[in-house]
Design a protein around this ligand. Structure first.
Ligand SMILES: NC(=O)C1=CN([C@@H]2O[C@H](COP(=O)(O)OP(=O)(O)OC[C@H]3O[C@@H](n4cnc5c(N)ncnc54)[C@H](OP(=O)(O)O)[C@@H]3O)[C@@H](O)[C@H]2O)C=CC1
Ligand SMILES: CC(C)(CO)C(=O)C(=O)O
Length: 317
């Protein structure tokens, strides 16, 4: 099976790199300095405790037409790049190509369905903490490396089975879900809680959970996500936010979110799709979402990224 990673950063570079190292036929779509480094030196995945995964030679391009049609496209660009990535992958997609987005959020697959129809789109979520630490290098924080995937109609497909087994062979904890929409929402609950608090409070998880007020805020954020999901027909148990808070307490105190990493790097933020998505979906069903609204308001100044603002400030001084 030929696999193309559309987006080769924290998520695409990590999971694609692990699959390539396990011997699977993986191509990487990347751009800019990261692409140049991958072409020149390959890809390295670094982890402080687990050591390095080094791939001296990888197939990397910014032009999918050079790859032709593949069996699986794994999409992992930031949410603001989804529409353009969906267009870019056109030459990769044939009548039997499966498309799996590992992005966060719950509306990503609606965009892909509009472009490629229902049958092509698989569902999935990734649990990993990883980012591009320098061109050609992915840094993984901690040891979490898990994917939950499946078909939206719950049937057992050959392509899902293949990817599941491939991931297991690559050392990834993989789970096949028979209700993947719910699996995506389950992650959304935790992720919105984690990204909203770590980014707006500029702190890793540990201190947030240790403080009564910030812990209660995190719970409120997650309860809103659960209420909105239930209103949209997702089978989340009523006490699921409390369950996720208990789970969060088992995570390492230095656990952080990719959105907080983006804030610190001056990158744009996915807040409009994460807490903002909760507000939007809540509005559709008349579910109040004051905590998530507050997070959007707090982060509004930073949502488009601060690199250009800083550049302008430097130019002015
Ligand atoms: N990082 C993490 O730990 C986790 C992230 N996620 C989710 O996964 C998704 C991806 O996040 P992440 O991997 O962190 O993002 P990254 O920014 O690390 O990686 C995305 C990569 O895709 C590239 N890209 C975007 N558009 C194109 C294009 N048209 N052609 C070629 N390359 C392109 C980006 O390039 P450029 O930098 O030039 O824009 C970037 O290198 C997000 O939705 C995120 O929320 C989910 C689980 C964990
Ligand atoms: C919470 C985490 C690290 C889990 O995978 C994540 O998805 C993110 O920060 O984007």
């Amino acid at each position: 099976m030929k696999i193309a990673m559309m987006g080769s950063g924290g998520v695409g570079g990590f999971f694609g790199g692990k699959l390539a190292q396990a011997g699977f036929d993986v191509s990487f779509i990347a751009r800019g300095a990261h692409l140049a480094a991958m072409r020149e030196r390959g890809l390295v995945i670094e982890n402080e405790t687990q050591g390095e995964t080094r791939l001296p030679k990888v197939q990397a391009t910014d032009d999918p037409t050079t790859l032709g049609q593949v069996d699986l496209v794994i999409l992992s660009v930031k949410l603001w790049d989804t529409e353009s990535a969906a267009q870019l992958i056109k030459p990769l997609v044939g009548p039997n190509t499966g498309i799996l987005s590992l992005q966060n959020g719950v509306i990503k697959d609606d965009i892909l369905r509009r472009a490629y129809g229902t049958a092509a789109i698989m569902g999935g979520v990734a649990y990993v903490g990883a980012y591009i630490s320098r061109p050609g290098a992915i840094h993984q924080i901690g040891t979490m490396q898990r994917i939950v995937l499946g078909e939206y109609d719950g049937h057992k497909s050959a392509r899902a089975e293949f990817l599941h087994k491939a991931l297991l062979r690559a050392g990834i904890t993989s789970e096949l879900s028979t209700d993947v929409r719910r699996s995506i929402w389950e992650k959304y609950v935790l992720l919105v809680g984690l990204s909203a608090t770590t980014t707006s409070m500029r702190s890793p998880l540990g201190p947030i959970l240790d403080n009564t007020q910030s812990r209660a805020f995190m719970l409120q954020v997650m309860r809103e996500v659960v209420a909105v999901g239930r209103a949209h027909g997702v089978a989340l148990p009523e006490g699921f936010a409390d369950d996720r808070l208990a789970f969060a307490s088992t995570l390492p105190g230095n656990m952080d979110s990719s959105m907080h990493h983006d804030l610190k790097s001056g990158n744009p933020l996915e807040v409009d799709w994460l807490s903002g998505g909760v507000v939007q979906l809540g509005r559709e069903k008349n579910i109040p979402t004051p905590a998530n609204s507050a997070v959007c308001n707090i982060l509004a100044l930073y949502a488009a990224g601060t690199k250009r603002t800083l550049d302008h400030a430097q130019e002015a001084s």
